[in-house]
Design a protein around this ligand. Structure first.
Ligand code: NAP
Length: 282
């Protein structure tokens, strides 16, 4: 099986490692705008060979794992080049723009829109992790628009990677993901900014930072090159989620100003049910 991964970073690289584990016959080709990343991926054994876009006509499987704005430009080109039996997956964090951009392409049925809910705050091939997708959810959009035979090939891959599948329409995906992923990243970035701006003497931050601060601010280490286009593409839902979040922050501030500690207690006690919600997911 000839697998071409475009964007050999955290997600593309992790996919490559797992495909190598589960498909002994797979040969992994890497395509990336960053020559250093390609060389690193070769050295780390993530890819077997470097390749170019023109080579995609030899592919059985193409995984597009670049920032979401770049994916909109590359995907139509990928579909132009591939042969009729090739499967093309994207793994982008937004789904409506990508589904729209290829909606009328004559090879639309070769494409499957996916979003693996797995990752870390790190980027590039050195961040790739074996087993990253095990037990994680993969959201699949517009499955009915992909040829049945290629759907089956994709499901076989996700089964071998031990992923859980959820089907969703792209609009619902983008609306829901704004709350659980995009808002969390903004919240972490702005918490980091607030503390960094206030504590000019950085040593104080490091001396006093407990595990609570560290875990809450973890996502602020994420790549701006990846996140700016996500916020741009999902602007409408991100703004709505921010409005609701800001209203909650403002309400908390008001309660504190009013010294309404009973209500502050209740707010936190009600929110504690997040423990059961997240435990139920495991
Ligand atoms: P990453 O580690 O930064 O990898 C992306 C790779 O694509 C980098 O090597 C980047 O090079 C390269 N690239 C940029 N422009 C390119 C182009 N025009 N042609 C070819 N390669 C190009 O990013 P990632 O975290 O793997 O994210 C990849 C995709 O997965 C994104 O669509 C993201 O939304 C999605 N995703 C991410 C996560 C997560 O937690 N990180 C989770 C689920 C889905 P440079 O670094 O030089 O730009």
């Amino acid at each position: 099986m000839k697998v071409y991964i475009i964007g050999i970073g955290l997600i593309g690289g992790s996919m490559a490692l797992d495909i190598k584990t589960h498909y002994a016959e797979a040969v992994i080709f890497g395509i990336d705008a960053n020559e250093n990343h390609l060389n690193q991926a070769l050295k780390l054994g993530i890819i077997d060979k470097k390749a170019q876009m023109e080579d995609l006509n030899k592919a059985d499987l193409v995984i597009v794992s670049v920032p979401v704005d770049i994916a909109l430009v590359l995907l139509p080109v990928v579909l132009d080049v591939i042969e009729e039996n090739a499967l093309v997956l994207d793994v982008g964090s937004t789904k409506l723009p990508v589904c729209e951009v290829i909606s009328t392409h004559c090879k639309r049925r070769n494409f499957l829109a996916t979003h693996p809910i797995a990752g870390t705050e790190f980027s590039g091939p050195s961040a790739a992790i074996k087993g990253l997708f095990q037990g994680k959810t993969n959201i699949i959009c517009e499955v009915e628009k992909t040829t049945f035979k290629l759907q089956e090939r994709a499901m076989e891959l996700f089964q071998r990677l031990e992923m859980r599948i959820r089907y969703m329409d792209p609009k619902s995906h983008d609306k829901h993901i704004a709350y659980v992923s995009h808002l969390s990243h903004i919240s972490s970035f702005m918490l980091g900014k607030t503390v960094v701006e206030k504590e000019k003497d950085e040593r104080d931050i490091f001396d006093m930072a407990g595990s609570g601060f560290e875990s809450t601010v973890r996502l602020a280490k994420s790549s701006p090159a990846m996140w700016t286009p996500i916020f741009k593409q999902n602007k409408k839902h991100v703004i709505k989620s921010l409005e609701e979040y800001i209203a909650n922050l403002t309400q908390f501030k008001t309660l504190l100003e009013r010294e309404d500690y009973d209500q502050i207690f209740n707010e936190m006690a009600n929110t504690n049910r997040i423990k059961e919600i997240l435990n139920g997911k495991k």
